[in-house]
Design a protein around this ligand. Structure first.
Ligand code: ATP
Length: 216
């Protein structure tokens, strides 16, 4: 099962409530686009959901969460670190197994990054780093994707290519997107966040960009 049903979600910073209390229920097969102005609470909501569903989900956080000192291969491999025992992961750090190497390279190839597999992650551009975090999420082979602005550093055609890939590979997703047109094109449901509350929750088919504009 890749859906979830959460209630009583709240978050505060310095005693100030920034999210909730709110409930969010996502059915398997739904692709939810989280929209709302900067600071509305989208990243915080994604973090709250991830805390609840962690092992079920693949995460692309806004800060990407990459280990700069390690090559691209190992950053992608980390998507499935918990699928193996310690000894397997330790060996992989020094000399990756052929099958894993092949699988990771195949994903990198789909993202136009084949030749970067053994490059230190620190040496990549912003858009390349974003694609490493996306490859790591894809490598996790989870049914549920939680992603926070996963294509913000990619140019137009590449952003569409990656959104298509995410749509194909994850049954269910919750993706924060500042690009409303992209959200309407790739998501089946739009959830609008305003001041830490759900201010809009509607099927994408019934919405136009103008319906979402009041959130900004
Ligand atoms: N670590 C933190 N410490 C203090 N305040 C925080 C922290 N993280 C988030 N906030 C506050 O919580 C609120 C929601 O932030 P959040 O990052 O979830 O918004 P967002 O909708 O994702 O914004 P953006 O689109 O700019 O990423 C903001 O007012 C922000 O200042």
């Amino acid at each position: 099962m890749s859906g979830f049903d959460l209630s009583g979600l709240t978050a505060s910073f310095g005693g100030e409530r920034v999210i909730g209390p709110l409930s969010l229920s996502v059915r398997e097969g739904e692709r939810v686009g989280l929209v709302g102005r900067s600071g509305a609470g989208k990243s915080t909501l994604i973090r709250l959901v991830y805390e609840q569903v962690e092992r079920l989900a693949a995460l692309v956080p806004q800060d990407l969460g990459l280990v700069n000192a390690l090559p691209v291969f190992h950053n992608v491999y980390m998507g499935r670190l918990d699928a193996h025992g310690n000894w397997y992961n330790m060996v992989t750090l020094v000399r990756p197994f052929t099958r894993d190497s092949r699988d990771v390279k195949s994903l990198l190839s789909e993202l136009g990054m084949t030749e970067k597999a053994w490059m230190p992650t620190a040496s990549l551009s912003g858009g390349q780093r974003q694609r490493v975090a996306i490859a790591r999420a894809l490598y996790r082979q989870s049914g549920l994707l939680l992603a926070d602005e996963p294509v913000s550093a990619l140019d137009g055609p590449l952003a569409h290519q990656v959104m298509t890939l995410l749509r194909e590979r994850f049954k269910t997703s919750v993706i924060a997107l500042h690009d409303v047109e992209l959200a309407l094109e790739y998501c089946t449901r739009i959830v609008g966040i305003q001041d830490g509350q759900i201010a809009l929750d509607e099927s994408s088919e019934k919405l136009t960009p103008a319906d979402i504009a009041p959130l900004y």
